[in-house]
Design a protein around this ligand. Structure first.
Ligand SMILES: NC(=O)c1ccc[n+]([C@@H]2O[C@H](COP(=O)([O-])OP(=O)(O)OC[C@H]3O[C@@H](n4cnc5c(N)ncnc54)[C@H](OP(=O)(O)O)[C@@H]3O)[C@@H](O)[C@H]2O)c1
Length: 284
């Protein structure tokens, strides 16, 4: 019997990656991708109606407000999407017995731990985006039992807006870039994450709960940009290291790497993604 999977936020980089890799598949998994225009998760009746009128076995929620800087200036829209919107989705999943796969973030942590964060470390977000995402997680945990909350970090791809694309654009335009050296984390390819999500659905995994998912290299933004530049024509961009980006209003965790042990222990080698950033970039 086919499995029906709804993917929200279809114009985002993660949803686009899932679409590219798996829209056509041999596992009888039927994906439906809906954009914000087709399903706005902040409108409770719209969400309820969609789930009532369509058979949804899994909802992969890729819809989110992801502009960290803007969220600091005007938090309300971020909370509307990342907290209230997720509450709407969780309620609809509860009513229709749908498994929710939701994506959360390393920014729920404050970055003070200095070693990779475990799933049961206490969150303590230091910016409005992180606070809104944590509230979203809490709504899910209050409503549902059949959920995966996947916290990931520093997503990049060849879709949408992300750090990798910004660096490449600056290389192409021969511009200089000033990049922070004092924040460390694990850049994660949306391709790696999409594969893990597909693994959960394709294998009907029922080890529900919170999971951390990041690729293996832990670097600073500056180190990450150096790796991106090394794959391109180096002479076209001057990288300037910086310990402080004064225009940034949002505080960011100085060390937000995620510990992947729980996931690797439960799912063993099937999802043991040990590629380096350099290898992952070469796939884009
Ligand atoms: N990007 C990262 O570095 C990062 C790191 C850790 C975790 N995450 C999490 O990973 C997930 C995927 O991130 P991403 O980088 O793929 O995000 P993205 O590219 O910003 O995509 C988010 C999508 O959500 C849509 N959206 C916004 N408000 C909506 C609403 N009210 N109803 C329905 N859709 C709405 C956006 O539509 P419009 O484009 O039309 O506004 C956009 O297409 C998010 O939950 C994010 O918080 C991201």
């Amino acid at each position: 019997m086919s499995v029906n999977v709804l993917v929200t936020g279809a114009n985002g980089q993660l949803a686009k990656t899932i679409q590219k890799l798996y829209k056509t598949n041999k596992d009888d998994i039927c994906f439906t991708f809906v954009t914000k225009l087709e399903l706005d998760i902040t409108v409770p009746n719209e969400v309820k109606k969609y789930f009532k009128n369509n058979l949804v076995d899994y909802c992969i929620n890729c819809a989110a407000y992801t502009n960290v800087e803007q969220a600091e200036k005007t938090p309300e829209p971020a909370f509307k999407v990342n907290a209230e919107g997720i509450k709407n989705i969780a309620e609809a999943c509860k009513e229709t017995n749908t498994v929710l796969i939701h994506i959360s973030t390393d920014y729920v942590f404050d970055g003070e731990k200095e070693s990779p964060y475990l799933e049961d470390d206490i969150p303590n977000p230091i910016n409005e985006y992180g606070k809104s995402k944590l509230l979203g997680e809490q709504h899910i945990q209050k409503q549902l039992q059949q959920y995966f909350i996947i916290r990931t970090s520093w997503l990049y791809s060849n879709f949408g807006k992300n750090f990798f694309k910004t660096v490449v654009k600056n290389i192409n335009e021969h511009k200089d870039l000033k990049i922070i050296t004092t924040q460390k984390g694990a850049p994660t390819s949306t391709y790696s994450l999409a594969k893990f999500i597909y693994f959960l659905v394709g294998n009907k995994i029922t080890n529900y709960g919170v999971f951390h998912f990041s690729d293996k290299d832990i670097v600073s933004w500056y180190d990450f940009s150096k790796i991106i530049v090394s794959n391109h024509d180096k002479s076209r961009l001057k990288l300037l290291s910086s310990t402080n980006i004064s225009t940034s209003k949002a505080q960011r965790p100085k060390y937000s790497a995620l510990n992947n042990t729980k996931r690797l222990k439960i799912f063993k080698k099937e999802v043991l993604l040990s590629n380096s950033i350099k290898e992952l970039l070469s796939l884009l």
